[in-house]
Ligand binder design. Structure first.
Ligand SMILES: C[S@@+](CC[C@H](N)C(=O)[O-])C[C@H]1O[C@@H](n2cnc3c(N)ncnc32)[C@H](O)[C@@H]1O
Length: 317
């Protein structure tokens, strides 16, 4: 089993569930893997090492800064690593652009990286003051500030409810509209904290609001649905789809997608391919999501909410 990359100690992002991802993808010589969320390339470096001497990797990210860093970290693998700026929602177009018809594995490690969270200028964190930005792709025009300062109270409440599962969505939206203009992350976090009352909770009161705005700015849930569908299209038979989610909205989408795409198969679990009359496209490998160990959470707090689900593309009848 491959270990995290040699430069892991100096990397701005620690890959979550590293061994579990590698074991699920099981890359080897000749494999072609798409890392749809390359970030700081921790998982990608492991995949390329495990697939020596000729395994290839296509890495995507919406964030040009992440992509630049990934390019530097993966330079030692030469042309075996190809990087493209873009969304995994257009995964099959990116694969076709480098002549890949099918692939042996697809990885989505959802959400944002520590690199993005720790840069106040990106506006993802309520712990440091910065502009209300939250774009993965900084060439996109819509920012969190546009939503916070221009949406109606009703639409804001809907976003906080639907994308943050925030029980106090109505009250927070009302307070936001009253306090406009709001320019900085910390002003918004303080306002949410005031409206929410007690801070004696496990998570900061602004967590749900920030999650909701980030999801809305980046169209994350629609992108995930499209990305999952495209991954199934490009996977070769027995190829693996591996997804790490960090909150219940993402995990629910992955779970439902896997269930729908594997439905009706009544084959015994030990069969590697479907032999019954049904036409499912996937076989779910993880009935329950894999969670990080206590040891991993102790070393990397970001891992605490991670859930890993794996499915395998079935041979078409
Ligand atoms: C958790 S990080 C990935 C970390 C990476 N696995 C590693 O080991 O360093 C998630 C990355 O996905 C990117 N991202 C989020 N949504 C995306 C999408 N729809 N398409 C492509 N990249 C996306 C973010 O910009 C971020 O860099």
């Amino acid at each position: 089993m491959v270990d995290p990359p040699d430069d892991a100690d100096t990397s701005p992002h620690t890959p979550v569930l590293f061994k579990e991802v590698l074991s699920a993808l099981n890359p080897g010589p000749g494999s072609r893997i798409i890392d749809g969320t390359i970030g700081a390339a921790g998982h990608a470096a492991g995949i390329l090492t495990a697939s020596e001497p000729d395994g290839q990797l296509l890495g995507l990210d919406r964030d040009a800064t992440a992509l630049k860093l990934a390019g530097e970290r993966l330079s030692r693998f030469g042309p075996r690593a190809v990087l493209r700026q873009g969304s995994f929602a257009e995964l099959s177009t990116h694969a076709a652009s480098i002549g890949w018809g099918s692939v042996t594995g697809v990885l989505f490690d959802l959400g944002l990286s520590s690199l993005q969270l720790s840069d106040p200028q990106r506006g993802f964190s309520f712990m440091q003051s910065g502009p209300l930005d939250m774009r993965f792709d900084t060439s996109q025009s819509l920012t969190a500030s546009d939503l916070v300062n221009h949406l109606t109270e009703e639409r804001l409440a809907e976003i906080l409810r639907n994308y943050g599962e925030e029980p106090k969505a109505g009250r927070i939206a009302r307070a936001i509209v009253k306090a406009r203009p709001i320019e900085h992350t910390q002003s918004l976090a303080e306002l949410v904290e005031r409206v929410s009352g007690s801070r004696k909770r496990r998570i900061h009161p602004a967590t749900r609001t920030f999650q909701a705005l980030r999801i809305a700015v980046n169209g994350e849930l629609d992108g995930l649905k499209r990305g999952l569908a495209q991954a199934v299209q490009v996977l070769a038979p027995e190829g693996k789809l591996v997804v790490i989610s960090f909150h219940s909205l993402e995990d629910r989408i992955v779970k439902h997608f896997f269930r729908e795409e594997s439905m009706k198969c009544s084959c015994p679990p030990e069969l590697p391919i479907c032999v019954c009359e049904a036409d499912p496209k996937l076989k779910v490998i993880t009935r329950r999501p894999i969670r990080p160990s206590e040891g991993e959470i102790e070393l990397n707090q970001r891992a605490r909410s991670a859930r890993l689900r794996v499915a395998m593309k079935l041979q078409m009848a």
